[in-house]
Design a protein. Structure first.
Length: 366
C-alpha cells in the first residue's frame, strides 16, 4: 500500500516527537512492505514566523490531498512568546482550530489506557490502579463553545465578554453515531456526558443521543453529568468504555483521563471526518519548557501514528505491531522522565530521552 502523509511537526517538542513517530512508521512500512511518502508543512507559531499566519490556505490544501495528517504540537509559552501578543485569531491555536474546521474533523478519539507496566506511575490509589482501565473519550471537535460567536463589548461602562455554546441536532447525531460504532468494537458501553441539569445544549444532546441509541440495542447507554464524570474518572476509571461528550467537556476530561494513565505523554488522538481521512496528534501540548532538550516522551505521537494506520488505512496488524513494541519497551523498564514518579528510583540505563525511546520502540517492531 502507498501511504501519503502530510506532516505538521509544529512548535516546541513537536519536531522531536514527530521525528520519532516517523522512524517507527518507516520501520513498520519496511517490514510490512508499504511505501510511505511525507510532505512537510508548517502550522502554529512556526507558520506565524514564516508566513505571518498560523495556517495558510496552501497548507490546508496540502493536507486535503494527503491520505492522513500526522501532527506534533503547536504553540509556545503563553506568558513569554511574542505569538501571544497577537490578537487571538492570529495565534498558534487559531491554526489548529481552523484546520479542524476546514477538514471537518468533528470526531476526536482519545483513548486512555493504563499499561500494566505503568501502574506505579498512576497517581490513583493502588486498589484502583490494580484494576486497570481502558476507556476512550469521543470528543465532539468542531462545535460548541470553541466555534460559537464570541465578543467583548463595553456595556454600561464595563467590559462584557460572551462566548456561545451552540449545537445542532445533526452535529450531535453524527458524533453519537461514531461513539456507538466505536463502542460496538469495544466493550459496548457508552457514557454520554453533559450538564443537562443546567444547559439547553445538553438537554438537546441527551435527546439526540437517546434517539441514536435505539439503533444500537447491544450497547449499554448511561448519561452522566460532567462534574460527576470528572469525579468518577479519578474514583474508578474502570467503569468507563466510551465517554461521549461535547467539545469543551472533552477537552477538560481528556487531560484528566491522560493524567490517570500515568502521564499526559501517553495519550494519542485521532480526529476524523466522515471519510477515512484523519489528523493524528498526541493529546498533549508543545511543552516549550523542554523543547529541543531531548526530554519529551514520544509515545503519544507514536501511538497516534498507530491510530492512523488503523483508522485511515485499515492496517490493523501494523497498528498492533506498534502498540506491542510500545508495551514491550515499557515492560523492559525503559522510561522517559515524565513516567518516573518523584522519589522513584530507576537505574541509569533505563532512563531515556526522546530519541532513545524512539529507537528502543523501533528495535521492538516485529
Ligand atoms: C487539545 C488542546 C487544544 C484544544 C488547544 C491547543 C486549542 O488543548 O487539543 O486538547 O483546546 O482543543
Ligand atoms: Mg486540551
Amino acid at each position: 500500500m502507498k501511504l501519503n502523509i502530510t506532516c505538521i511537526a509544529g512548535d516546541g517538542i513537536g519536531p522531536e516527537i514527530v521525528t520519532e513517530a516517523r522512524k517507527v512508521l518507516d520501520k513498520v512500512c519496511e517490514i510490512y512492505g508499504h511505501e510511505i511518502a511525507y510532505t512537510d508543512v508548517l502550522m502554529g507559531g512556526c507558520s506565524i514566523d514564516a508566513y505571518g499566519v498560523p495556517l495558510t490556505d496552501e497548507t490546508i490544501e496540502t493536507c486535503k490531498k494527503a491520505d492522513a495528517v500526522l501532527m506534533g504540537s503547536i504553540g509556545g509559552d503563553t506568558n513569554t512568546s511574542p505569538w501571544y501578543k497577537l490578537e487571538p485569531s492570529k495565534r498558534p491555536e487559531a491554526g489548529l482550530l481552523k484546520i479542524r474546521k476546514s477538514l471537518n474533523l468533528f470526531a476526536n478519539l482519545r483513548p486512555a489506557f493504563l499499561y500494566p507496566q505503568l501502574k506505579d506511575a498512576c497517581p490513583l490509589k493502588e486498589e484502583t490502579s490494580e484494576k486497570g482501565f481502558d476507556l476512550l473519550i469521543m470528543r465532539e471537535l468542531t462545535g460548541g463553545l470553541y466555534f460559537g460567536a464570541r465578543s467583548t463589548e463595553t456595556v454600561d461602562g464595563e467590559l462584557v465578554a460572551t462566548d456561545s455554546l451552540v449545537y445542532k441536532e445533526s452535529e450531535i447525531r453524527r458524533i453519537a453515531i461514531k461513539a456507538f460504532d466505536v463502542a460496538m468494537q469495544r466493550s459496548k458501553k457508552v457514557t454520554s456526558v453533559d450538564k443537562a441539569n443546567v444547559l439547553d445544549s445538553s438537554r438537546l444532546w441527551r435527546k439526540v443521543v437517546n434517539e441514536v441509541a435505539k439503533d444500537y440495542p447491544e450497547v449499554e447507554l448511561e448519561h452522566m453529568l460532567v462534574d460527576n464524570c470528572a469525579m468518577q474518572l479519578v474514583k474508578d476509571p474502570s467503569q468507563f468504555d466510551v465517554v461521549l461528550t461535547e467539545n469543551m467537556f472533552g477537552d477538560i476530561l481528556s487531560d484528566e483521563a491522560s493524567m490517570v494513565t500515568g502521564s499526559i505523554g501517553m495519550l494519542p488522538s485521532a480526529s476524523l471526518n466522515e471519510t477515512k481521512f484523519g489528523l493524528y496528534e498526541p493529546s498533549h501540548g508543545s511543552a516549550p519548557d523542554i523543547a529541543g532538550k531531548d526530554l519529551a516522551n514520544p509515545i503519544a505521537t507514536i501511538l497516534s501514528a498507530a491510530m492512523m494506520l488503523k483508522y485511515s488505512f485499515g492496517l490493523d496488524k501494523e497498528a498492533q505491531a506498534i502498540e506491542n513494541a510500545v508495551k514491550k519497551t515499557l515492560e523492559d523498564g525503559f522510561r522517559t522522565g515524565d513516567l518516573v514518579r518523584p522519589g522513584e528510583e530507576i537505574s541509569e540505563d533505563k532512563k531515556c530521552g526522546c530519541r532513545r525511546m524512539g529507537d528502543l520502540i523501533v528495535e521492538r517492531i516485529k
